[in-house]
Design a protein around this ligand. Structure first.
Ligand code: SF4
Length: 365
């Protein structure tokens, strides 16, 4: 069974020339496009771009490449340094897998990323989309990179009302696109479809009058473009309440601990926390259980953090402690900023932390 109409192959074929012309004139300027495509740089940029906006990624990419310009340097990098370079980008498993991929490239491929989609797929953290992107952009192979933007463009071009979340729809889209990849222009074709989806064929309101494919687009002709693509509603996110303890010692240091090695934000630093929204008396009991002597307790606001399938609703408590319980790692605010990478899930508490630290400094003068 085909998701597309019999006209789809000829529409995809007709899209290539106008799209490449448009790309030659209007390609977006991005740091990873400033030189000839390079497999390592393409890998880094594509991993960073997963679930993250281009504008957010740009400074991170530049800093990362400046510090770790080669696969070998990434493979050998210290984990804390790596996490610091990634701090704020989120989805930290990406950078860990990126390093594992680099280590495998050093071990098994002589330090060069393989120019083969299946071998690229064997690297940690590289899925169908990223393998296609590296294979086509960096190696010029006829391998499409199909993400949500590309599925949207293809569904609209062919006025296809199938569910784009269906993996079989994605596979058929890839096969149809692969058949029209032009030798010598594979890199440009992948990037041109990406750009069209990102700046012209936008999700809610496509800019059809500016589109190089307007003449051949069936959804534009039938007026269905804004309603496409069809996508099943995503499952609702689970909500988890948490209580976060901002523990300050009498010498002005703040407590951190490492998260468990598996699950969300695995192995990263965090402020000590407990599941559930604790009352003041439950907070007192938690402190007692952890043998923490206190001289003051007050609320430190709330913040929400959204993961793909989960929301953390966090309530903070500012705790002035006597001494430093050895269960935790105690750090100065300066080291917190310079040495530790704290996930953005806790950024909502940074104002409270900075205010307390500033108060401590003022009191000690
Ligand atoms: Fe998208 Fe409109 Fe272009 Fe069709 S004509 S591909 S709907 S922007």
């Amino acid at each position: 069974m085909s998701f597309f109409s019999p006209a789809a192959p000829s529409i995809f074929s007709a899209m290539v020339a106008p799209l490449l012309r448009w790309y030659a004139a209007s390609a977006r300027k991005m740091p990873w496009r400033m030189s000839l495509p390079d497999p390592y740089r393409t890998l880094v940029s594509e991993i960073m771009l997963q679930q993250t906006r281009v504008e957010t990624v740009k400074p991170y990419y530049e800093r990362f490449i400046a510090e770790l310009p080669t696969v070998a340097e990434l493979a050998a990098a210290d984990e804390e340094r790596l996490l610091k370079l990634w701090e704020g980008l989120g989805y930290y498993s990406r950078v860990r897998n990126l390093q594992k991929a680099a280590q495998k490239v050093m071990r098994e491929f002589g330090g060069e990323l393989p120019a083969d989609r299946d071998l690229l797929l064997s690297l940690p953290g590289i899925g169908e989309y990223t393998a296609g992107a590296i294979a086509s952009i960096a190696f010029g192979l006829p391998e499409p990179a199909v993400d949500g933007n590309v599925l949207r463009v293809c569904a609209r071009l062919t006025d296809c009302h199938a569910d784009i979340a269906d993996p079989a729809f994605r596979r058929e889209t890839r096969d149809l696109l692969k058949a029209v990849y032009p030798p010598g222009k594979c890199s440009d074709l992948t990037q041109s479809i990406m750009d069209l989806g990102a700046v012209v064929c936008l999700p809610g309101s496509p800019h059809c009058p500016e589109c190089p494919l307007a003449e051949i687009c069936l959804a534009r002709k039938s007026g269905t473009a804004p309603a496409l693509p069809v996508k099943k509603a995503a499952a609702e996110r689970k909500i988890e309440n948490r209580t976060v303890f901002l523990l300050f010692s009498d010498s002005g240091r703040i407590a951190l601990r490492k998260r468990p090695g598996r699950g969300i934000l695995a192995g990263l630093w965090e402020y000590p926390a407990e599941t559930g929204k604790l009352t003041r008396s439950e907070v007192g009991q938690w402190l007692k259980n952890h043998q923490i002597e206190t001289v003051g307790i007050k609320k430190a606001g709330a913040c929400k953090h959204i993961f793909t399938h989960l929301e953390w609703h966090q309530t903070g408590w500012l705790i002035q402690c006597q001494g430093e319980n050895s269960e935790f790692t105690w750090t100065t605010l300066r080291d917190l900023h310079e040495r530790y990478s704290l996930p953005s899930a806790f950024q909502g508490f940074s104002t409270a932390v900075n205010e307390i630290a500033a108060g401590k400094r003022a009191a000690s003068k």
